[in-house]
Design a protein around this ligand. Structure first.
Ligand code: FES
Length: 165
């Protein structure tokens, strides 16, 4: 571990990563990269910075470019500040046939932001239109943070979004 890594990664983040590292062979430290990025993103208020990714790379003895590739590939990682709660509406075919376009339009209108933007108060990030979250039987649906909400109506959407702090 370098002094930089020690400074940038919190003690808790290092503990978390160490817990994951214990599951893998010593020469396979990169296996913990997803868990490490998830933890440091969480601690950093929901997004990754270059210094954080560099610190993860150093800690896992990986090339920095490999960590950047992982962080930019997976949609669960953010590379710039976003709202506290992430909202994604599925607009693939099953949800579309059950009114997801209207649900999304309702959210856009309600929040006054477009997909990919956050509300000015930093409360909600309308992250993206999803390509099927495997909950077609509950269409139309959306994901808020790590929770699925199904059989949506505009009234139900209002209830869910208004309940986010
Ligand atoms: S199409 Fe929306 S969950 Fe499958």
């Amino acid at each position: 571990m370098t002094a930089t890594t020690d400074t940038i990664l919190s003690a808790h983040a290092r503990e978390e990563v160490d817990r994951w590292l214990a599951r893998y062979p010593d020469d396979q430290k990169q296996s913990a990269v997803l868990a490490a990025l998830r933890e440091v993103q969480h601690e950093n208020g929901g997004y990754l910075t270059t210094p954080l990714m560099d610190a993860v790379a150093a800690y896992l003895e990986m090339p920095t470019i490999a960590v950047y590739e992982v962080a930019s590939f997976y949609s669960m990682f953010e590379l710039e500040p976003v709202g506290r709660h992430s909202v994604s509406v599925c607009t693939n075919v099953s949800c579309m046939l059950r009114g997801s376009d209207d649900i999304l339009a309702h959210i856009v209108n309600k929040l006054g932001i477009e997909v990919g933007q956050s509300t000015p108060d930093g409360r909600i990030y309308l992250k993206r239109e999803e390509e099927c979250l495997a909950a077609c039987c509950g269409a139309p649906m959306m994901q808020v943070d790590h929770v699925y909400y199904e059989d949506l109506t505009p009234a139900r959407v209002d209830e869910i979004l208004d309940g986010l702090e």
